[in-house]
Design a protein around this ligand. Structure first.
Ligand code: E4P
Length: 218
């Protein structure tokens, strides 16, 4: 399973990249706004900076909601760097745009996916990645991980090659569950990635090893 970080914060992206386990980045308009990045020029420049830090795929989301707007915005984004993936919402125009980008060799990430039916549409359009939002499904008391399992099963039966990117991850447990469910990629906040390191027995064990080493050296 590939690990992406879900942020537009350059320090956090660098920190995750330094761990040596980062495969890519996803952003969205809310995450860009959180970093105070506004205006077309600044947004494009910020994506370029992210692409300089990370070799893997970087998802950059279109703001336009109509087909032709998505196409011109997506082309601009895709021309920034080879590893840009154009992120497109799951709408009628979005699916049409994904199909267009697929035909023109531009990688896409279909975002805001909440059902197996939507996952089928995105795969049919040739999306490179599909982003089901695990945490937001949980928020409305449905089961986000069950949705991942369902999509994994359908894609395997149908032989769809779109990669399932578990998004809206809220905890280290979600990461483990997404891996178990067969997600191809997980995109998460830095805190969830770092949470995977924690185990009290590791801390206790390491302290004991160092203490024994010190004693033996006396
Ligand atoms: C996916 O690519 C989205 O950017 C993101 O995972 C949404 O997460 P949230 O529900 O925590 O906002």
């Amino acid at each position: 399973m590939k690990f992406f970080i879900d942020t537009a914060n350059l320090d956090q992206i660098k920190e995750a990249a330094d761990l040596g386990i980062l495969d890519g980045v996803t952003t969205n308009p809310s995450l860009m706004a959180k970093e105070g990045i506004t205006g077309d020029k600044n947004i494009l420049a910020h994506y370029k900076k992210i692409c300089e830090i990370v070799e893997g795929d970087v998802s950059a989301e279109v703001i336009a909601t109509d087909f032709s707007g998505m196409i011109s915005e997506g082309k601009k984004l895709a021309s920034l760097a080879e590893n840009i993936v154009v992120k497109v919402p799951m709408t009628r125009d979005g699916v049409k745009a994904i199909s267009y980008f697929t035909d023109h060799g531009i990688n896409t990430n279909c975002t805001l996916v909440f059902s197996a039916g939507q996952a089928i549409l995105a795969a049919k359009a040739g999306a490179t990645y599909l982003s089901p939002f695990v945490g937001r499904v949980d928020d409305v008391t449905w089961d986000g991980i069950k949705l991942i399992e369902e999509i994994v099963s359908i894609y395997s039966i149908q032989g769809y090659i779109t990669e399932i990117l578990a998004a809206s991850i809220r905890s280290p447990l979600h990461i483990v569950q997404a891996a178990k469910a067969g997600a191809d990629v997980v995109t998460c906040p830095l805190s969830s990635i770092l949470g995977l390191f924690n185990h009290p027995l590791t801390d206790i064990g390491l302290a004991k090893f160092l203490e024994d080493h010190k004693k033996a050296a006396k």
